[in-house]
Design a protein. Structure first.
Length: 381
């Protein structure tokens, strides 16, 4: 396949080629998630692959005689998948959109061709694909040698001299007749295949699949509609806050280093085992697991303590300094930040891939959905 054919505006694509290119587009997008995490860098990846998806869709629509408006069947789900990966990060919604995208691609792939074009590797158009097709075909073929009796040199010499010294035995005549019959049978089979239309097994299977889908078209629409509707409802339900914000009263142990007045705390549990807490405008990052006597781990005022707790860093390089980091009696560790950084930290918590503090690296996958369930945090997004 020549790369120029992927960017062709005026050509035609058959169903198999369109499906293969579309599947490759989604593979590249998901590979970008692995390489860059669910971040704005995916928009850069989409900038290169979206035109390829749009052009193969237009070639397929032109080949099937459909209106260009049907391009929304592929482009709209692709853009929604991209937005979900970067901003919403809801697995259920992502699966729903991928199912919708698959149904749209499948529908367009099985549309019958109305152009009657001759395809080379599934493509027909101004880009010359014959060279690459001939190379691929010759690589898989073996050289056929015609059988001769007595060798080429002796045959040539007999013809040149005009002699009739060669005497054909009954055994030699029998072997020659077998080769002739085999060759004639192969030619007859090839010609009969050509008369039947020269359809390959893949073309026949696709035609049979298309016919089966057309016969059961009504049931397919019903099943697809029910499946997509159920998945959409489940996706929307997962994004709606299901409970009121958790409100707890801060209970400081008697032997804490710094005392603070009791106040209402609004918290939300994050996917990777830590919590974010709001005390008025003060943001606190809290996690469990440390043991030992309650103590002050780090203090910005004195610049003393565990240096790994002196800086919180997100995967995009953004950094914030906690005012204090304390180990509490319930094995909880709490890092308090300045109210001036509250909004910026919450936004980064929602949009970044991971964050590190005190030697721990916390994943932020699904953090935006967790923050969106609590109204107090949602106001900062």
């Amino acid at each position: 396949m020549q790369l120029k054919s992927l960017l062709c505006v005026n050509g035609l694509d058959n169903g198999q080629r369109f499906a293969a290119i579309s599947g490759l587009i989604y593979f590249v997008l998901l590979l970008g998630v692995v390489l860059f995490s669910p971040s704005a860098a995916l928009y850069g990846v989409a900038l290169f692959i979206t035109p390829v998806l749009a052009l193969t869709t237009m070639r397929r629509l032109r080949d099937s005689g459909k209106s260009p408006k049907f391009i929304l069947l592929t482009l709209l789900p692709f853009l929604l998948v991209l937005i979900t990966l970067v901003h919403i990060q809801s697995m259920m919604l992502l699966l729903t959109l991928l199912v919708i995208a698959g149904l749209g691609i499948g529908y367009m792939a099985i549309l019958p061709s109305t152009s009657g074009a001759n395809y080379v590797q599934g493509y027909s158009g101004p880009v010359d694909m014959t060279a690459s097709n001939a190379t691929a075909r010759s690589a898989g073929q073996r050289v056929r040698v015609e059988p001769t009796l007595g060798g080429s040199e002796s045959s040539a010499s007999f013809e040149a001299e005009g002699t009739s010294e060669f005497v054909e035995t009954d055994a030699d005549a029998s072997i020659q007749q077998q080769y002739a019959d085999a060759y004639t049978g192969a030619e007859t089979h090839r010609q009969s295949s050509s008369l039947r239309g020269g359809k390959t097994p893949s073309a026949i299977n696709l035609a049979q699949l298309r016919q089966a889908l057309q016969v059961n078209q009504k049931w397919l629409f019903v099943i697809s509609g029910v499946l997509v509707s159920v998945m959409l409802i489940a996706s929307i339900w997962s994004l709606i806050p299901t409970s009121e914000p958790e409100v707890e009263t801060a209970a400081l142990p008697e032997n804490t280093i710094e005392s603070a007045p009791q106040t209402d705390r609004i918290s939300t549990a994050m996917p990777d085992g830590f919590s974010l807490v709001l005390e008025d405008d003060v943001l606190i990052m809290r996690w469990l697991g440390e043991t030992g006597t309650p103590t002050n781990i780090w203090s910005l005022a004195t610049a003393k303590g565990d240096k790994t707790c002196s800086l919180m860093r997100f995967n995009n390089g953004t950094e914030y300094r906690p005012l204090v980091v304390d180990l509490l009696a319930d094995t909880g560790t709490e890092a308090r930040f300045s109210p001036l950084d509250t909004e910026a930290i919450i936004v980064d918590m929602a949009r970044r891939g991971n964050v590190s503090l005190c030697g721990y690296n916390f994943s932020l996958k699904g953090s935006q959905a967790a923050l969106g369930k609590v109204a107090a945090f949602r106001t900062y997004l």
